[in-house]
Design a protein around this ligand. Structure first.
Ligand code: ATR
Length: 264
């Protein structure tokens, strides 16, 4: 998506893939600066190591606990997180709604992606969150953190539930946006997280998983219910567009060119 975007904007640059061993992020960043790179995307498993390797850390990246974008300006390394803002933009595009106005259920809130969605959503004004995780003990630190972010004048309703199908089915009527932030759905043989028939057409369904071989069970269930949905490709597109704008602040990311580059 980035090479077509560079071309469309008439920028004489190239986006290339570089494999970096775990533990070598700082050294790699030094080489990127030395060799005149303008910016970098950082993906799993380096997003946490990158936090410590930049010169200037954006406050949102600090808050979300991960850096996925590096912008190099005058030899200085600026670290950003575009996954959180990319999530907000993709919700707006897919559902025509702002996260702040929605009641949110996060499946897998104890994992890295779910935690980032929860923190970004609260920072953006979301006031109703229902958090679920297979390992329930992993939710305690997140609940603590989210409580610390809230403004006493606009308290956040934070609740938890299990991934037990009956429990989930009973809670779905009280949420609008359902985010799957677990890795369930990556493999075709994964059992669906939501019990059959409990989605409604008014739900917004966001599966952060993208499966190249075809729609996940969750997306299939959304389609069957007539509910609008977004998948991991939407997140990839929008976080990429925001990264592009960090590298080229005078440009608006050519989103349709990027989408075509991604989806073919
Ligand atoms: P991280 O994002 O922190 O690297 P991960 O191991 O990739 O973590 O797992 C992401 C999320 O998927 C976690 O919430 C994980 O639940 P646990 O905290 O209980 O491990 C969730 N997850 C992975 N496989 C799952 C499954 N089969 N059923 C339910 N949740 C699952």
């Amino acid at each position: 998506m980035h090479n077509p975007a560079l071309q469309a904007c008439g920028i004489d640059a190239q986006y290339v893939r570089v494999q970096v061993p775990v533990g070598s992020v700082k050294e790699a960043f030094g080489l990127f600066v030395k060799h005149g790179f303008l910016g970098v995307n950082i993906t799993i498993p380096h997003k946490f190591e990158a936090l410590e390797a930049v010169d200037v850390l954006d406050p949102l990246a600090r808050r979300l606990g991960a850096v996925n974008t590096l912008a190099i300006r005058d030899g200085q390394m600026f670290g950003y997180n575009t996954d959180g803002p990319g999530f907000l933009r993709s919700v707006k595009e897919a559902f025509g709604a702002d996260v702040k106005d929605l009641r949110l259920l996060i499946l897998g809130a104890g994992g890295g992606a779910g935690r980032a969605v929860a923190v970004q959503s609260v920072l953006s004004g979301c006031r109703h969150l229902l958090l679920a995780n297979r390992t329930e003990s992993k939710l305690a630190p997140l609940l603590n953190e989210l409580s610390g972010l809230t403004d006493p004048s606009a308290p956040v309703q934070l609740q938890t539930c299990t991934l037990d199908p009956a429990d989930l089915a009973a809670r779905l009527p009280e949420v609008d946006l359902i985010v799957n932030a677990t890795s369930v759905g990556m493999k075709a043989e994964d059992a669906p997280l939501l019990p059959a028939g409990c989605l409604e057409a008014r739900h917004f369904v966001y599966d952060m998983v993208y499966r190249a071989s075809g729609p996940t069970e969750l997306i299939q269930a959304a389609t069957a219910a007539g509910a609008p949905y977004a998948d991991g490709m939407c997140l990839l597109l929008h976080q990429g567009a925001i990264s592009f704008e960090h590298w080229f602040p005078n440009e608006t990311a050519p989103i349709e060119v990027m989408r075509k580059g991604l989806l073919g």
